[in-house]
Design a protein around this ligand. Structure first.
Ligand code: ATP
Length: 240
C-alpha cells in the first residue's frame, strides 16, 4: 500500500529557529488524488510542503516521495513546486517564461501552447509578467511548473487573491490533472476549498487533526461544513 503512495511522511520533526514547528508528523498522500492541506496560518503547512520538496532542513524522520527520499536528484523533474513567492521572470512575456521553463526540462515545443490554455492566459501570452495582475502572475508560476508534466505537484496557497470564478477554474484544472494521474498536494487556509479535494489533511500547530475525505470529516464531526468540522475538532483537541 505504501508503495502506491505519492508521499509517505514518517515521524517528521522540524525545528525552525527556536520553534518546534512539526513535532512528530506522519501522513500519507495517495497517488492521483487532489489532497488539501488546510489549517490556520502558522500551523506549519508551508514548512511541511518545503520538507516534502526537500528544501527544508529536518531534525529527524523520513519522507519518501514517489518512492525516493525527498529532495533526491531524480525527483527534480518529477515534482513541481509552486510557492507563494513569484518564481518567474518579470521582464519576460508569459510565453517566453513558459518556453524558458519548457527548455529547462526538455519538454516538447507544443507544451507551451497547451499550458497557456490550461492556465487560461492565451490572451495574455505576449504580455510581460510585470504588467499582469497578481492572480495572473501566480498562474504563470503554476504554468512554469506544469510544462514539465510533473507526477506530483506541490502548490502552496495557489488560490490566494483569486476571484471566485478563477478559483473554480483552477480547481477544475487540478481535477483534470488528477484525472490524468497527477498527484496534487494543495495548501489553503480557505476552508470552503476543502470540499473540492478528494482528501483533506487538517494541520494545526504542527499536528494532523484530521486525515479524511470531505464527507468522512463531516460524518465524523457531525458538522455541516468544513469550517464547522474544523472548529469542532479544535475544541475536542483542547478539551483533552
Ligand atoms: N525562517 C523561519 N525561521 C523561524 N521560524 C519560522 C521561519 N519560517 C516560518 N517559521 C515559523 O514556523 C511556523 C510555521 O510556519 P509555516 O509558514 O509553515 O506556516 P503555514 O501554516 O504555512 O502558515 P501560512 O498559512 O501563514 O503560510 C510559524 O510559527 C512560523 O513563525
Amino acid at each position: 500500500m505504501m508503495n502506491n503512495a505519492a508521499v509517505v511522511v514518517e515521524k517528521l520533526r522540524v525545528v525552525r529557529g527556536k520553534r518546534e514547528v512539526l513535532p512528530d508528523l506522519s501522513l500519507t498522500v495517495p497517488r492521483g488524488q487532489v489532497v488539501g492541506l488546510l489549517g490556520p496560518s502558522g500551523g506549519g503547512k508551508s514548512t511541511l510542503l518545503r520538507a516534502i520538496v526537500g528544501v527544508q532542513i529536518v531534525k529527524s524522520g523520513t519522507i519518501t516521495v514517489l518512492g525516493e527520499p525527498a529532495g533526491s536528484r531524480n525527483l527534480r523533474s518529477r515534482v513541481g513546486y509552486v510557492t507563494q513567492e513569484p518564481s518567474v521572470f518579470q521582464d519576460l512575456t508569459v510565453r517566453q517564461n513558459l518556453a524558458y521553463f519548457a527548455k529547462l526540462v526538455s519538454a516538447a515545443p507544443n507544451v507551451v501552447d497547451e499550458v497557456l490554455s490550461s492556465i487560461d492566459l492565451d490572451s495574455h501570452a505576449d504580455s510581460h509578467v510585470a504588467n499582469l495582475s497578481g492572480g495572473q502572475r501566480s498562474r504563470v508560476s503554476l504554468g512554469a511548473a506544469l510544462v514539465g508534466a510533473p507526477e506530483l505537484l506541490i502548490l502552496d496557497e495557489p488560490t490566494v487573491g483569486l476571484d471566485p470564478v478563477l478559483r473554480r477554474d483552477l480547481w477544475e484544472l487540478f481535477h483534470r490533472l488528477a484525472g490524468a494521474g497527477t498527484t496534487l498536494l494543495v495548501s489553503s487556509h480557505v476552508m470552503d476549498e476543502a470540499t473540492r479535494c478528494h482528501r483533506l489533511l487538517l494541520l494545526r500547530e504542527g499536528k494532523i487533526l484530521a486525515d479524511e475525505t470531505p464527507n468522512g470529516l463531516l460524518e465524523k464531526t457531525g458538522a455541516t461544513d468544513a469550517e464547522g468540522a474544523f472548529l469542532r475538532l479544535i475544541s475536542k483537541e483542547s478539551a483533552k
